[in-house]
Design a binder for this molecule. Structure first.
Ligand code: SF4
Length: 338
């Protein structure tokens, strides 16, 4: 999109759609206080807007609106086998928000949802209740920032803080907050909790520059991680997805070397890595939205309804990452997706 077209678009969150039944919810009121100039549109159900047919996803992404809604059951989902469970048998995820302010070309969200607008479910207490029930008998490992980037939204949302406060009451709950954000301003106000893991996705310079539109640079993320480690946050590094690009070995090698020249390896909880994979149905939509993107138009191979790199290539990527990571991190702390 050229600069002129961009200027003609509304600024982000120029319109905020609010379900009529949650208009007085405290989280709605708090979120709205951050956007006094936005136009409010009252709606019956968020899907009336979010699931409309013939939406222009790329255009919406350039000028995202916000939808405030009530989360209806299910409040918590079983973790996908495509995601790393870090050895946790009871692996779940919750999505108190959908969609992201960043625009990574390989992001599965653009294949999963018909709209690029951001949905925030304001009734976080209902998700908490459900997680509380799950915790009655056995420990739970819960990822809270898969379908969005909660830390990037923290300035107006405050959900990272609320999850941390919630986790404090449940020692048998482990929360993972996945992010590409470098939003230290929000993090520095929060107290680290033993059972809350801040998990940064790290990408090599080339992938960030070409394909992670709007996301903080690798160095900005590393600097934020450095501060998080110094403050005592449980911190995870995720080299996932690893993308096959020209010169990938040098790119990822440089990334890992840079990281461990800046960060104290001994303070890192663990690391994960995994080559790019995506459900077939999602990739079809993603290619429709981004026909120009070389990384998602790669000739992947379908295996059990999942597109992966051709045989041998995924293993090569994973093996290489494992090899360069084990120079810095004990092997038992390295999780490779298979
Ligand atoms: S940061 Fe994550 S959730 Fe956001 S666009 Fe990129 S891949 Fe998707």
């Amino acid at each position: 999109m050229n600069g002129l077209c961009r200027n003609l678009l509304n600024p982000p969150f120029s319109h905020i759609y609010i379900e009529e039944n949650i208009i007085d919810h405290p989280n709605t009121v708090k979120i709205m206080s951050h956007f006094p100039k936005s136009r409010q549109v009252i709606i019956k159900h968020y899907k009336d807007i979010f699931n409309r047919s013939r939406q222009n996803y790329p255009l919406q992404k350039q000028s995202q609106n916000l939808i405030l809604a009530e989360k209806r059951p299910p409040f918590v989902y079983k973790g996908s086998p495509l995601c790393q469970n870090f050895g946790n048998a009871r692996f779940f995820y919750a999505n108190a928000a959908i969609n992201c302010v960043y625009d990574c070309e390989y992001c599965y969200l653009q294949g999963m949802y018909p709209s690029a607008n951001i949905v925030v479910f304001v009734n976080l207490e209902d998700i908490f209740n459900d997680v509380g029930k799950l915790l009655k008998n056995d420990p739970v490992y819960l990822c809270i920032s898969y379908d969005t980037d909660l830390l990037a939204l923290e300035g107006f949302l405050g959900y990272c803080e609320k999850w941390m406060e919630f986790a404090e009451f449940y020692p048998n709950l482990t929360v993972e907050l996945r992010t590409k954000s470098a939003n230290w301003n929000s993090l520095e106000k929060l107290a680290p909790r033993e059972n809350v893991i801040l998990a940064w996705t790290l990408s090599c310079e080339h992938v960030w520059e070409k394909y992670e539109h709007g996301a903080p640079s690798p160095m900005q993320r590393i600097n934020c991680i450095d501060k998080a480690l110094a403050k005592g946050f449980q911190t995870r590094l995720c080299f996932d997805p690893v993308i096959y690009i020209k010169g990938w070995e040098e790119e990822y090698g440089r990334l890992v070397e840079t990281i461990f020249s800046k960060l104290p390896a001994g303070k890192i909880k663990d690391v994960s890595t995994g080559s790019f994979r995506i459900p077939c149905a999602y990739l079809k939509n993603m290619r429709k939205n981004k026909p120009y993107s070389s990384i998602i138009n790669y000739p992947f191979m379908a295996e059990n309804n999942v597109y992966v790199y051709p045989p041998g290539l995924s293993d090569k990527l994973n093996l290489y990452m494992h090899d360069i990571l084990k120079k810095h991190i004990p092997e038992e702390k390295i999780f490779v997706w298979k």
